[in-house]
Design a protein around this ligand. Structure first.
Ligand SMILES: [Zn+2]
Length: 293
């Protein structure tokens, strides 16, 4: 096994889970990742002294975090087998942190395994990517997600099918998505699309920017609306819309292009420290036909 692996794929698709099971396999007291021995249980509780979990502190993984980690990796492993590092959202690293990590990956301490996890591998510097063995996670089929939701998450069939199509292959998203919140967002947007004043736009942007975990979901759902509009134009009645109850009116190709550019830009900037209210204001003023005060 390579000493560094880069696990990439959609958010909520199981990358972190697989990394955790790999950590169990490398340190398990039996020969397999049993999930029940003391070592496996400690990993599950994030209490294993040789297994390190790292994630952005605030917006970024910072150099101090990498320094602390490297110092810990220099010590002998406490339980004797291997040391494992699982890093989430590894694309969100400051430049100095990335350089420090690169050094460690170039000269890794013995019996140490790194699992770098990210939905955006292309945002990682090439020098780090080239040190890792890439493992790509493909989206799950809608049918599989739907079946899981009806069997294990107590969803009725219609809800399960809608969640499965919106989540686009990510079981984690399907399980955590709140359809009421989603519908509320789309209804708000539809109302603005019909008629909006500048004051309305500012108010909605303010509300959306304060939804904490939900900001990405809001942009994703808007992107879904525009994806529907594009499919409607290219495939007509054969298109299967994600949000049939909130369809947009017919839009020109230029309008669609501008919308996708704006949505993509917003999604990228939401991962940074940019002011979320301003981002949503910009986005809405780009997407809405015209606003009058
Ligand atoms: Zn075990």
């Amino acid at each position: 096994m390579s000493h560094a692996s880069l696990l990439s794929g959609l958010r909520g698709i199981g990358k972190h889970r697989v990394a955790t099971v790999m950590a169990m396999a490398l340190t398990c007291q039996t020969t397999t990742p049993c999930g029940t021995c003391a070592s496996c249980r400690k990993i599950e509780k994030r209490q294993h002294p040789d297994v390190f979990f790292l994630a952005p502190d605030g917006d970024w993984v910072k150099i101090e975090q990498i320094r602390t980690l490297t110092a810990q990796l220099q010590l002998h492993s406490l339980e004797g087998k291997a040391k494992v590092v699982i890093m989430d959202d590894v694309d969100r690293m400051t430049e100095s942190a990335a350089n420090a990590l690169l050094k460690t990956l170039e000269e890794p301490p013995p019996s140490t395994y790194f699992f770098l996890v990210t939905p955006h591998p292309h945002r990682l510097v090439a020098t780090i990517r080239s040190r890792c063995q890439g493992i790509t996670f493909s989206p799950l089929a809608e049918k599989e997600i739907g079946t899981y939701l009806t069997k294990h998450a107590e969803k009725d069939r219609d809800t399960a099918l809608r969640l499965a199509s919106i989540s686009q292959g990510s079981l984690g998203t399907a399980c955590t998505l709140d359809l009421d919140v989603l519908d509320e967002t789309l209804t708000q947007f539809a109302a603005l699309f019909q008629k909006s004043s500048n004051a309305d736009v500012l108010e909605v942007a303010h509300e959306w920017s304060h939804t904490e975990e939900g900001v990405h979901l809001i942009v994703e759902s808007l992107a879904g609306l525009y994806r529907d509009a594009l499919l409607q134009q290219t495939q007509g009645s054969k298109a299967a819309p994600l949000h049939p109850r909130h369809a947009l009116p017919k839009l020109s190709s230029e309008t669609l292009d501008a919308a996708f550019v704006a949505l993509h830009r917003t999604q990228a900037l939401l991962a940074t420290t940019a002011n979320k209210q301003l981002l949503f204001e910009d986005l809405l003023f780009t997407l809405l036909p015209s606003s009058s005060s």
